[in-house]
Design a binder for this molecule. Structure first.
Ligand code: BGC
Length: 527
C-alpha cells in the first residue's frame, strides 16, 4: 500500500449519502443500498474520493436508523448484507472509498442487549445501559433532558428504574464505563472491517460517556433557547474525558489494517477544542463538529476555528461540513443575494479548507431546504418542536434525478418525504451536460482542485478586509491564495503580494493593481 493509500483521506473529498433519499430501486418510496450501488458512477463522476453512508442497519427507525436494533445486519428496507457487499465491490472498482456510520452512544430499545439488560437487575448485561433509581418522590434521578423533547429519562416497570436517553426514548444510552458494553460496540467495527469498509464516521463521539456521579447539569447561557435541552450546559451528560481513551481504543483497532479512516462527529459548544482533543496523537484521524452548521459564516469564524484546531493538534486532518442530514441546507441558512454564485463559492471554500471536506447529497445541485408541511413531517425533532424548530425533514428529501413524478428517485405513488417542485427543476438530468450548471461547476472545480498539490499543504490566514476571508495554501513548489467574499457587497483590495495570475476564477478578478470581488465571489491566485 502506498503512502497515499494508507492516508487516502489526505487530499480527499467525501460525498455524504443519506440512503433513504438517494435512490429507490424497489418502488417502496424509500431509497436503498442497490440504489446507491447502481449510481456510484454518478458519485465518482463528481470527482470525489469516497462516500460516507448514513446508517442502514436493522432499526425500528424511531430516529431513522440512528436507533440500531442489530449492528451487524442491513435493515430490509435498505436491502441485505449481500447488497452491501456488492456496493463495496462496485465502489472499490470505481476507486471510491466507503465510510460507514458507527453509533456507539446508544442502541434501539429493540436491540437484544437492551431486552436482556431491562429484564432484571442481575443479568449479565444489567449494567450495559445507564439505569438509575428514582428519587424518593418517584421523579427522575437528575435534570438531564432529551434533545428531541421531554426529559432524558424513561421509566421501565420491570426494573423499576429509569434508563437514560439523549434523544428519543427509543435510544437508550449505553453505559460505556462498563468494559463489556464498550468491548461489544467496538467489536462491531471488526465485523464491518472484515467486509471491506475504508473507515468510520463515529456518531456523537462526545456523547459516549456520561459522568457516573449523575450530577445535575447547570443552566446554559442560551437565553433564546426553544428546546429545554438547549437551556442546559451539557457538562455531565456528555464530554467526559473517558471518550478520548475510547477514541484511542478504536484507533488501535483500525490501525490493525492499513488505510482505515476514523472520523468523529462532535456536537458540542466548544467545537475547535473538542476537534483538537479527539484528533490528537494516538486518537482519531479526523473529526467534524457543528461549527459550520450554524446560522451564518464569517471570516473570523473560519479563521479562528481552523487556527485553533491546528494550533492544538497540528497533525489533525479536520473534517468540515456546511450541510448534512441534521441541519437546514446551507443555501437556506446562509443567504446571499447572488444565490448561484454563492453556491459555487461555498463549495469552493469547503473544499479549499485544510482537511477533509464532506459534500452532502444535493449540495452539488445547489438545492435549498424543502418546506415540509406539518402533516408530512417524519423527524421526531420537528414533530416535537414545530413550528419554531422545523426539524430535519427539509434537508432529507429525496435527491431529484429527473423532472416528473417521483423525480426519477422512485416509481412509488409517493416518496417517503415529498420532493419539492423547485428540486425537480434542478434535477441531475437537467444539470448534466449544461456547462453553466452548478453540477458542471462542481465537476470542473473538483477536477481542478485534485491537480493542485497546495490543496493538501499548509495553511496561512491573511488579514485583509472585513468580509474577506483570505488564506494561502502552500506546499513545496506551489502556493495558492484563496480569496472569498462572504458578504453581498463588492470588496476591492490591493493585489500586492497576493499573486498575479488567476488560477481559478469564481467571479472575482484582478483589475490593475487591485483584486475586485463582487458580493459572494471568490478568486484563487497564484504567483
Ligand atoms: C445524527 C443524527 C441523530 C442523532 C441522534 C446524530 O449525531 O447525526 O441524525 O438524530 O445522532 O441519534
Amino acid at each position: 500500500m502506498t503512502h497515499d493509500e494508507h492516508n487516502w483521506w489526505r487530499g480527499a473529498v467525501l460525498y455524504q449519502v443519506y440512503p433513504r433519499s438517494f435512490r429507490d430501486t424497489n418502488g417502496d418510496g424509500v431509497g436503498d443500498l442497490n440504489g446507491i450501488t447502481d449510481n456510484l458512477e454518478y458519485i465518482a463522476s463528481l470527482g470525489v474520493d469516497g462516500v460516507w453512508i448514513c446508517p442502514f442497519y436493522r432499526s425500528p427507525m424511531a430516529d431513522f436508523g440512528y436507533d440500531i436494533a442489530d449492528y451487524r445486519d442491513v435493515d430490509p428496507i435498505f436491502g441485505s448484507l449481500a447488497d452491501f457487499d456488492r456496493l463495496i465491490e462496485r465502489a472499490h472498482a470505481l476507486g471510491l472509498k466507503v465510510v460507514i456510520d458507527q453509533v456507539y452512544a446508544y442502541t434501539s430499545t429493540e436491540h437484544a442487549w437492551f431486552a436482556e439488560s431491562r429484564s432484571d437487575r442481575t443479568n449479565p448485561k444489567a449494567d450495559w445501559y445507564l439505569w438509575a433509581d428514582p428519587k424518593p418522590d418517584g421523579s427522575p434521578p437528575n435534570n438531564w433532558m432529551a434533545a428531541f423533547g421531554g426529559i432524558g429519562w424513561t421509566w421501565d416497570s420491570r426494573r423499576r428504574q429509569y434508563y437514560h436517553h439523549h434523544f428519543t426514548p427509543g435510544q437508550p444510552h449505553l453505559n460505556l464505563h462498563c468494559d463489556g458494553a464498550r468491548a461489544a460496540v467496538i467489536d462491531v467495527a471488526r465485523f464491518w472491517l472484515a467486509r471491506g469498509v475504508d473507515g468510520f464516521r463515529l456518531d456523537v463521539a462526545n456523547f459516549w460517556f456520561h459522568s457516573a456521579g449523575l450530577e445535575d447539569n447547570p443552566p446554559s447561557s442560551d437565553t433564546d433557547a426553544v428546546k429545554p435541552w438547549d437551556m442546559q450546559a451539557h457538562v455531565h451528560d456528555r464530554s467526559q474525558p473517558q471518550a478520548l481513551g475510547m477514541a484511542a481504543e478504536i484507533r488501535a483497532l483500525c490501525d490493525e489494517r492499513s488505510g482505515v479512516l476514523t472520523m468523529a462527529e462532535l456536537a458540542t459548544s466548544q467545537p475547535a477544542r473538542r476537534m483538537a482533543e479527539f484528533t490528537s496523537p494516538g486518537r482519531l484521524h479526523s473529526a467534524y463538529s457543528w461549527v459550520f452548521l450554524g446560522d451564518d459564516i464569517s471570516p473570523e469564524l473560519v479563521r479562528s476555528t481552523v487556527e485553533e484546531v491546528l494550533a492544538s493538534a497540528p497533525n489533525s486532518w479536520p473534517a468540515w461540513s456546511f450541510s448534512n442530514h441534521d441541519r437546514p441546507r446551507v443555501l437556506s441558512r446562509w443567504r446571499r443575494r447572488d444565490r448561484a454564485r454563492w453556491a459555487r463559492t461555498l463549495v469552493a471554500l469547503l473544499t479549499s479548507l485544510p482537511g477533509l471536506p464532506i459534500i452532502y447529497q444535493g449540495e452539488e445541485l445547489a438545492l435549498e431546504e424543502a418546506d415540509i408541511p406539518f402533516d408530512k413531517l417524519r423527524d421526531p425533532e420537528g414533530i416535537a418542536f414545530w413550528p419554531e424548530v422545523k426539524g430535519r425533514d427539509g434537508c432529507r428529501t429525496p435527491l431529484p434525478w429527473s423532472a416528473g413524478k417521483g423525480a426519477g428517485f422512485t416509481t412509488a405513488a409517493e416518496s417517503w418525504l415529498p420532493i419539492p417542485a423547485a428540486h425537480e427543476a434542478s434535477s441531475i438530468a437537467d444539470q448534466t451536460g449544461r456547462p453553466d450548471s452548478m453540477l458542471s461547476f462542481v465537476r470542473g472545480w473538483l477536477a481542478w482542485r485534485k491537480r493542485q498539490p497546495a490543496m493538501t499543504g499548509g495553511v496561512q490566514f491573511l488579514d485583509l478586509a472585513d468580509d474577506l476571508l483570505v488564506f494561502r495554501r502552500s506546499t513545496e513548489g506551489q502556493s495558492l491564495t484563496c480569496l472569498f467574499n462572504l458578504s453581498d457587497d463588492e470588496v476591492v483590495y490591493p493585489s500586492d503580494g497576493l499573486g498575479d495570475r488567476v488560477a481559478f476564477d469564481l467571479g472575482g478578478r484582478v483589475a490593475g493593481s487591485d483584486v475586485v470581488l463582487p458580493g459572494s465571489a471568490a478568486l484563487i491566485l497564484r504567483s
